[in-house]
Design a protein. Structure first.
Length: 194
């Protein structure tokens, strides 16, 4: 059983490496987040109360699995991903609470509405905003800010502190946590201004 899990994690890492190398300008890395980084990203979230969760830039679903393990049985998770190959992997996750959206994160309000929601309780993002066109990055983060329910968190990972002031523009205070147990080591920005 352990061997099967190690083998499937290995295959999943190779697929991620291939996808990352092919599409470095949108994927932004060649390795998926470690479980330590996934846990650090989810630590600000109160899963007992969250009913509408959104994940942006889900990749091969490494954070998605952690979210689904913690999520309330009645909650919904909308995940956005632009790479078709990653979306195929995400659609294979067998969980009725999961909605996979093959599309870009700036369309979040339309997809929330389509599923009967006005707001997201929390948004978890691994989109590599550092390498996205500036206007698109601004559009997506502004949309996230406007789509959050009162008290909701926008949680974002990065490999540098470079964009901290960018998030402060939208959310005011940004709390930063460093995660050394990831390759490369990463920062988790937790934003919540309401
Ligand atoms: C750094 S990878 C993170 C993958 C995975 N969540 C993890 O933590 O290992 C960033 C992901 O964001 C996706 N992405 C980039 N731009 C996006 C956009 N505008 N909307 C949705 N996803 C996007 C990429 O295709 C890539 O899968």
């Amino acid at each position: 059983m352990v061997n099967i899990r190690i083998m499937s994690e290995g295959i999943s890492r190779i697929n991620f490496l291939r996808e990352g190398l092919k599409n470095l300008r949108t994927v932004g890395t060649v390795t998926p987040s470690s479980r330590f980084l996934c846990e650090a990203m989810l630590s600000p979230i109160n899963f007992a109360e969250a009913k509408v969760l959104v994940e942006l830039g889900a990749g091969n679903g490494v954070i998605t699995h952690h979210i689904l393990r913690k999520m309330h049985p009645d909650a919904t998770l909308l995940v956005f991903e632009v790479q078709a190959n990653f979306c195929d992997i995400l659609r294979n996750i067998d969980d009725p609470r999961l909605v996979v959206i093959e599309g870009s994160a700036e369309h979040l309000p339309a997809y929330l509405a389509e599923h009967g929601f006005t707001h997201a309780d929390h948004i978890i993002s691994a989109i590599p905003f550092v390498i996205l066109p500036k206007e698109l990055a601004r559009d997506i983060v502004a949309t996230c800010h406007d789509s959050l329910a009162p008290g909701g968190h926008f949680v974002q990972m990065h490999y540098s502190m470079f964009l901290k002031s960018f998030y402060e523009e939208f959310f005011g205070e940004v709390r930063v946590r460093f995660c050394a147990r990831n390759f490369p080591p990463a920062f988790v920005f937790a934003c919540n201004d309401k």
